[in-house]
Design a protein around this ligand. Structure first.
Ligand code: MOS
Length: 729
């Protein structure tokens, strides 16, 4: 039975401003931090003069490398640590990249701190640096020859080179994407406060447990003395997936001042203080026979990383999963540049891999004169070619067929430039599919019913706007027969339950099965209390009749195949999705996007008036927030395809964007109709709740569908993102 269309349980509080975001925190006695940042591309501080800043009105503390003391790096999250990068600003005079903090000024007001930060004077010894992929000094690292290969092995199946060489039809194309930055509505923000020997951090994060353990490592503290509280995040799409350098410094400043310290990273500084989608480029070869059967593919990717960390690339991992291609070879290379470490940004590899691969599939369709939907359907599969294991579910064919019907695809004429608008503009219709791995983290759920009829759920998951509170309320309301408004979720809080990183579209597949299991355990206890049966009585009535004030259960859950020791990693704030999971099968989510573009006749301005997206994410537990996830992914796909680029400065280093005027995003007027549908087939092999994942697959394939639609409108193949008006001329 499909789930009811429950409204967002936090909607009213959000629109009334009643929700506690870290950036809004205004507790008494707050001190405010502001950063002075490095103005060279790389090198080392020769001198740092903070006297004027220290003497400025309202300034309480200036932290620099000279007085920071024993603060250490918490390490890189993909290298066994807790930070988005291993480089912790202010702990040495070395400057790794332009824009990194060199001083933290803490004052009684934001204005005083910001003013005083501008009074910090530095001189530098400069060193050569590289910020572009082809600049001298960029070091190329084959990922397969690094420790990363242990947990992200290169994709290989069959003999792709030989099979490609034999293929009667060959597509060979190169793609590239600019670096891009997340610009969350809630800026990166934290409040650090010491309360009776405990450090309490209020921060919008996707990973409260890593913030906690990372702070312990950085500050030499017992993690048992640290609480991290993140009930709501104002946008978390990978950027907030680990400890960030500002939090360490806020905690240290709060300790020294014995008062709470707040840091809100200004948008202008976000481009250098937070991770970003790295610059990347691809060489894709796709071989097929003349009937359209895909025989072989080779996907070679290069992506930017920092000098100090290896941020892994997983591009070919995704493209290998789009179709049943028996012979496939992937290669990921990393290019070391002088920037902060790049990181995960919604559909980090999947968006780009699908852009490249699905553009090639469209080229193949045109090379063969086969309809692009029919070509995709003809290459569907039930087996994962890379591992040889069955897919636990795959309904991408249904996504394509249903999307084509909703879109009216049968009215499309194949030839480029053959469809015109009444105003003389060109119409292009494009299609592409996307995929994203099904993943599940370990979780512990604590469920409590009280005799007043309220239910409290404590579980490891963060609410970043995706709607997980609504999903939790939906499943508990249905299981327990309790109204959603009587269900309280305490999440994103290290005091409530161990908090695994909420990312990788695994939040629902992680939390919902264990919460449903907790509800079942609670119902079983109630049944013991009410031998006559629980079905016709409210849970709280049973409690009252039994004379119990409350009833609590605790349940834990993990992916099959993972050892019990995974719960130790969970509690230690370490990523816990890897290892020997799901030995029997492989799980992916899928989506099909159908896009209409209009290319204006004279200016060649590209509009996207209409998108139809049909997703296979397993069971849909929260229809309203699920549909919003897809619309959000489509909007971001439009931004990534047509707008967003972080511009590097080869002369001085760093990124040039500093605000939302210089970092172009789609605005409301750029977004037309986005029609969303779901296959809504539970995947109960993947987990008992039948949910796969949705957030990131929603964006995968959008850029390809747009590029394919532009080709259909204009005959031009555009292979670099973002696609700008001058490319279409
Ligand atoms: Mo997502 S890019 O895994 O937060």
């Amino acid at each position: 039975m499909p789930f009811a269309d429950l409204a967002r349980v936090d909607a009213h509080d959000k629109v009334r401003g009643a929700v506690a975001f870290a950036a809004d925190d205004a507790r008494p006695n707050l001190a405010y931090g502001a950063f002075a940042v490095a103005t060279i591309g790389k090198g080392r501080l020769a001198s740092l003069d903070v006297a004027a800043a220290e003497a400025a009105d309202g300034v309480r503390l200036v932290l620099t490398h000279a007085n920071i003391g024993a603060v250490a790096s918490a390490g890189f999250i993909m290298g066994g640590g807790y930070g988005f990068q291993s480089h912790q600003p202010l702990i040495s005079p070395e400057i790794a990249y332009r824009g990194e903090p060199i001083a933290l000024v803490v004052a009684d007001s934001l204005e005083a701190a910001t003013h005083a930060a501008a009074l910090v004077r530095a001189t530098y010894e400069t060193a050569p640096f590289a910020v572009e992929l082809d600049a001298p000094g960029v070091e190329v690292v084959d990922q397969a020859e690094t420790p990363l290969a242990h947990f992200i092995p290169p994709v290989a199946a069959g003999d792709a080179d030989a099979a490609y060489a034999r293929a009667p039809v060959q597509i060979d194309a190169r793609f590239a994407s600019a670096p891009q930055h997340q610009n969350p509505i809630e800026l990166i923000a934290c409040v650090a406060e010491w309360q009776a020997g405990r450090l309490v951090i209020h921060e919008g994060t996707q990973n409260a447990e890593a913030v906690r353990h990372g702070l312990a490592a950085a500050l030499g503290l017992d993690a048992g003395l640290i609480d991290v509280v993140s009930p709501f995040v104002g946008g978390g799409f990978g950027q907030k997936n680990s400890l960030q350098g500002h939090t360490v410094l806020a905690a240290e400043a709060a300790r020294r001042l014995a008062r709470p310290v707040k840091i809100v990273v200004p948008r202008a500084q976000l481009y250098h203080l937070a991770s970003f989608r790295p610059a990347n480029r691809h060489h894709v070869r796709l071989g097929a026979d003349r009937s359209g059967r895909m025989l072989a593919a080779i996907h070679e990717a290069q992506a930017q990383t920092s000098r100090h960390d290896l941020f892994p690339g997983e591009y070919a991992t995704t493209s290998a999963r789009l179709y049943g291609i028996a012979d496939f070879r992937g290669k990921d290379e990393l290019l070391r540049t002088d920037a902060q470490t790049p990181g995960y940004m919604r559909a980090p590899f999947e968006h780009i891999a699908c852009f490249a691969f699905e553009s090639c599939v469209d080229e193949l369709a045109y090379a063969l004169g086969i309809d692009p939907v029919a070509l995709r359907l003809a290459n569907d599969t039930t087996v994962d070619a890379v591992t040889g294991r069955p897919l636990s579910s795959r309904h991408v064919g249904q996504c394509l067929e249903r999307g084509a019907a909703m879109f009216g695809w049968e009215r499309r004429s194949m030839a480029p430039g053959s469809m015109r608008a009444e105003d003389g503009g060109l119409i292009g219709w494009g299609v592409a599919i996307g995929t994203y791995a099904g993943l599940r983290a370990p979780a512990i759920a604590k469920l409590k019913l009280t005799d007043d009829g309220r239910v409290e759920i404590r579980v490891g998951v963060h609410e970043m706007g995706q709607g997980v509170r609504t999903a939790l309320a939906a499943v508990l309301a249905r299981k327990l027969g309790i109204a959603p408004e009587h269900i309280v979720a305490i999440i994103g809080d290290t005091r409530a339950a161990p908090q695994h990183l909420t990312a990788g579209s695994w939040g629902t597949a992680t939390a919902i099965p264990v919460v449903e299991a907790a509800a079942d355990a609670l119902l079983a206890r109630l049944a013991e209390l009410a031998p006559g049966g629980v079905s016709n009585r409210e849970p709280a009535q049973i409690l009252r009749a039994a004379g119990l004030p409350e009833l609590a259960v605790e349940v834990q859950g993990k992916a099959p195949g993972q050892p019990d020791a995974i719960y130790d990693r969970l509690k230690a704030g370490l990523p816990s999705i890897g290892g020997p999971v799901y030995p029997e099968f492989v799980t992916y989510s899928y989506i099909a996007h159908f896009v209409e573009v209009r290319v204006e006749a004279t200016t060649r301005r590209v509009r996207v008036p209409r998108v139809v997206s049909v997703a296979d994410c397993g069971r849909v537990v929260s229809p309203r927030t699920a549909a919003s996830q897809v619309r959000g992914g489509v909007v971001w796909g439009i931004g990534a395809a047509l707008r967003e680029a972080s511009e590097v400065d080869p002369r001085y280093g760093g990124f040039l964007n500093a605000d939302l005027a210089e970092y172009a995003l789609p605005v409301n007027a750029d977004i037309g109709a986005i029609e969303v549908a779901f296959v809504d087939e539970p995947d109960t092999r993947f987990n008992s709740a039948g949910v796969k994942g949705l957030g990131e697959v929603s964006m995968a394939g959008v850029a390809a569908a747009i590029a394919n639609a532009i080709h259909h409108a204009t005959g031009k193949r555009l292979r670099e993102l973002p696609i700008r008006i001058e490319d279409v001329l």
